[in-house]
Design a protein around this ligand. Sequence first.
Ligand code: SF4
Length: 319
Amino acid sequence: MSWLLENIVSIFPLSYKRDEPIIPLSVNYFPHRQCNYACQFCFHTTKNLEILPLEDAKRGLRMLADQGMKKLNISGGEPFLKPQFIGEVFRFCKEELGLESCSVVNNGSRVNEKWLDEYGQYLDVMAISCDSFEPETNVKQGRTENGRRKDHISRVFEVAQWCRERGIKVKINSVITANNWEEDMNEQIKELAPERWKVFQVLLLEGENTGESSLRDARSLVITDEQFKYFLERHQGQTCLVPESNEAMKDSYLNLDEKMRFLNCESGGKVPGRSILDVGVQEALKDSGWNEQMFVHRGGVFDWSRETGRAASEPGLDW
Ligand code: SF4
């Protein structure tokens, strides 16, 4: 463990003893699984169309905030297929719960300026998924609507601009696969100038993108650690780049599904536990398989709210 990491762990307000309560500082909430894209590597596929009533979602979020949640990220499915739901969640999290950071990961296709004018004030970070700056590669990845539309890249630039005009931080998420590991994205990333560029190595998850019950098959997209390293080396000049190998990704997120159940990835799939709405946060956390050490190790300490006052040495959260 590096000197920096040891010091981060020593100041980080998380429990490393299982008999103490876990503080769920940062939570990834997947309110529904529906999506208008068909990415081949997707590991949260449209297995159902369920979504909680807004009031139940707010009740669960309040329970999490009471246990110490400071940051909420919404992911999907495509969150903006339910724009009012997520907008009201963000409003609630900021106005009622006083969360320090709200963020959303989305494919950019359904964001519009009307939503940003109403709800953008409650959003700290807009994370837009973009795996390639070559339209054909995005089609190959499935990062496109109905496998046809090729305007994904221009949408990414447009949404990034709208967010910047409103003081919302922009993050780009890219999944590196057999389709794009050789691509040089330096020029476009420089032009987009995100606050962070999160680069993920494609991950196989049983029941989601591999195995019998899965809706996708990402096996042909898998790359070696060496190939992932080549991609990172090619882009090492991008100071905003934050890499994430599939090992770091697997157990280091507190993921909450559409029924507010933590998803346990320890066994290579995503196994839902009990809902926090039924058993409370601490009981539900026992089912999560969360790797707190990995959470810190993958870089959970830095500035993550739209106000930039937080120093790098203070406990912060990933976004
Ligand atoms: S944009 Fe792609 S990865 Fe994201 S939820 Fe939709 S299909 Fe899955």
